[in-house]
Design a binder for this molecule. Structure first.
Ligand code: GTP
Ligand code: SPV
Ligand code: MN
Length: 654
């Protein structure tokens, strides 16, 4: 690795004191002689030794022109914002309160799954043992040697002429036993501002490191050393041809290069809170999952906490902020993307949201579909790749009814004078996002930062399934529920580089985020039932996206009406009888069990149907998928569940 420097003594003797008149200069031993760099903000001397070494090693590698140690303060955010505005990276949205728009290079608009790797000594630690000649889709492995080579092509000198920002951050409430800390180094201040919203960026993290707490090391570079050799587009620094997002779970290290966007650059999010954390969770007996966390309170005041895993851009943010259409019901939000969960000493599954903000899909969000999100992002928010109205507001596809059509729009590509209904192309990129503090959410749960976490009583899986899959299914038990998760599929969305309209497997909604062998991950889930003290939540599968075979339109109105499904789920958690009918694929709502009052015409028969030919094909396809993609690592219990469900499906009489 990058070891071999003896930093301890040299750092201590060579970093001078800070005062107003002298600039602290750090000298680090570099392969070709020592390298001196000014500390442009903060005091390097007071950092814990482990952090000093981490920073110094990467200063020697990346050769920034300055070190900027962030404190997460308002003044700092203002300074960085002003600089980005003056450089044309951010534009102030005058119609809103302290909100800004960023336009990226159109070549850098989403996560790049094909360039994302888990690096371990052994291949089998990272990815399943796939069948001969099959290209695995459940994560990509890179050998330590190859990763070392690839990083050596990219990182040396990659921050030349740029500041290295140092971000101490916590995933989860500061001080919670369920939280984890990290330090990110990045050369792009847009990333600092976004991380400031998405994580708890706080100097208190240094204190935890000082007393020996392990921290995840996150290194990010846009890969544009100065003087630039590549002409920047929209002044957005990135290096799309060289993008590489690598994870070293054994070293608790993330090295990400070439992209400034979303999950590629906000390393606390997918890289840490899912890929590295899933591996920590496996080692330590907990779960790090791509799930929203919500609370649902019925008219009698009974509250339940639910976690739900849907693939990217399939409705987590919407559901986490659902506005119930049924009178007397209340939904509150704990998190919209990631859940960390652990059984406590009394066997209750405790969950926290490791994030502090929402990085939500913009298109489709409006005052009808998600009024809560609309209220949340009115202030202190960063919008990326959305359209901007001539009066300094925001616009994207789906916002037509909230927008005065006489007001012109500048598209995410910077094209001015675009008009709704007339303009060519789209106003916003399909993966454009809003980034806003969770604390501003009007329905944020009072316990959202409770260090103990909330007690989860149901886990819901779901995806975009235009055909064959009923509105809601309850699993027959834990093992069948794990199969439901393992067999999760959805239509591709714009969140990554895939093409739309193909149904893709996305087991547990974790396909792009697995930090270790998916077969071992399934074993881990199954193993949770071995402790008799564990109160296992019920598992469900939902589908808001089934299409009418005749009209091609959604059969279910979705959004706020989804409370009707949650009502049924809550009653099932309570063990209410007479609510279900058995089907080949699990328990379905009995006729009349779903509250459909005031809903209007919905073709429930089509919506709840389980077509035999569809499911025979689907089971065959699922069996094939698991055999090919998980191969010898597939737990026998899951293979048996597939077998039993196939038998049940063959017995469907129509
Ligand atoms: P990531 O942030 O990428 O993980 O995505 P997400 O799962 O949070 O997705 P989000 O809630 O932002 O949903 C994105 C899309 O799903 C939008 O286009 C919504 O309009 C659509 N959507 C959400 N809920 C429903 C629903 O109940 N019915 C229908 N038809 N569409 C929905
Ligand atoms: C997702 O794709 O699931 C996201 C967006 O939440 S990103 O942070 O870019 O991964
Ligand atoms: Mn997500």
């Amino acid at each position: 690795g990058k070891g071999g420097y003896s930093l301890r003594t040299r750092l201590d003797s060579q970093s001078g004191p800070v005062d107003k008149n002298t600039v602290q200069v750090i000298t680090v031993p570099a392969p070709e002689g020592s390298y001196a760099v000014p500390v442009v903000k903060g005091d390097f001397n007071i950092l814990p030794q482990a952090a000093k070494i981490f920073i110094a090693e990467h200063v020697a590698l990346c050769k920034p022109r300055g070190i900027y140690i962030c404190d997460g303060s308002e003044e700092e955010a203002q300074e960085l914002t002003d600089k980005l505005v003056s450089r044309g990276n951010l534009e102030k949205l005058h119609k809103m309160d302290n909100c800004y728009l960023a336009r990226t290079d159109p070549a850098d608009v989403a996560r790049v799954e094909s360039k994302t790797f888990i690096v371990t000594e052994e291949r089998s630690e990272s990815v399943p043992d796939v069948a001969e000649g099959v290209k695995g889709i459940l994560g990509q492995w890179m050998s330590t040697d190859d990763a070392t080579k690839e990083l050596a092509i990219r990182f040396p000198g990659c921050m030349a002429g740029r500041n290295m920002y140092v971000l101490p951050f916590c995933m989860g409430p500061l001080g919670s036993p369920l939280s984890r800390i990290g330090v990110q180094l990045t050369d792009f201040s847009y990333v600092v501002l976004s991380m400031r919203v998405m994580t708890r960026l706080s100097p208190r993290v240094w204190d935890s490191i000082r007393v020996g707490e392990e921290f995840v090391k996150c290194v990010h570079s846009v890969g544009c050393p100065r003087p630039e050799t590549r002409k920047l587009v929209n002044n957005w620094p990135c290096n799309p041809e060289q993008i590489l997002v690598t994870h070293f779970p054994d070293e608790r290290l993330i090295m990400s290069y070439g992209s400034g966007y979303g999950g590629n650059s906000l390393l606390g999010k997918k890289c840490f809170a899912l890929r590295i954390a899933s591996r920590l969770a496996k080692e330590e007996g907990w779960l790090a999952e791509h799930m929203l966390i919500m609370s649902v309170t019925n008219p009698a005041g009974e509250e339940k906490f639910i976690a739900a895993a849907f693939p990217s851009a399939c409705g987590k943010t919407n559901m986490a902020m659902l506005q119930p259409t049924l009178p007397g019901w209340k939904v509150q939000c704990i998190g919209d993307d990631i859940a960390w969960m652990r059984f406590d000493s009394e066997g209750r599954l405790r969950a926290i949201n490791p994030e502090a903000g929402f990085f939500g899909v913009a298109p489709g969000t409006n005052t009808k579909t998600n009024p809560v999100a609309v209220q949340t992002y009115q202030r202190n928010s960063i919008f990326t790749n959305v359209g901007m109205t001539d009066d300094g507001g925001i616009f994207w596809e789906g916002m037509e009814k909230d927008h005065d059509p006489s007001v012109g729009v500048t598209t995410w590509l910077g094209q001015q004078g675009w008009k709704v209904g007339e303009g060519e192309g789209k106003a916003a990129h399909p993966n454009s996002r809003f980034c806003c503090p969770a604390s501003q959410c009007p329905i944020i749960h009072p316990k959202w930062q409770d260090p103990e976490g909330v007690v989860i009583e149901a886990i819901i899986f779901g995806g975009r399934r235009p055909r064959g899959v009923p509105l809601v299914i309850e699993s027959l038990g834990w093992e069948h529920g794990v199969l439901m998760g393992a067999a999760l599929k959805s239509e591709a969305t714009a969140a990554a580089e895939h093409r739309g309209n193909t149904i893709m497997h996305d087991p547990m909604a974790m396909r792009p985020f697995m930090g270790y062998n998916f077969g071992h991950y399934l074993e881990h889930w199954l193993g949770l039932q071995d402790n008799p003290d564990n109160k296992l939540p019920k598992i469900f599968h939902v589908n808001w996206f089934r299409l009418d075979d005749n009209s091609g339109k959604f059969l279910w109105p979705g959004f706020g009406e989804n409370i009707r499904v949650l009502d049924w789920i809550c009653r099932r958690i309570n063990g209410e009888e007479g609510l279900t009918v058995e089907s080949a694929i699990g328990l379905l709502p009995a006729p009349g069990a779903l509250d459909l009052q005031g809903l209007g015409a919905v073709d429930m028969e089509q919506l709840m149907s389980v077509p035999k030919d569809y499911w025979q094909e689907d089971m065959e396809e699922t069996r094939h998928f698991l055999q090919q993609q998980v191969g010898r690592d597939l737990p026998a219990v899951i293979a048996q569940q597939v077998h039993e469900q196939s038998l049940r499906v063959n017995q469907i009489t129509e």
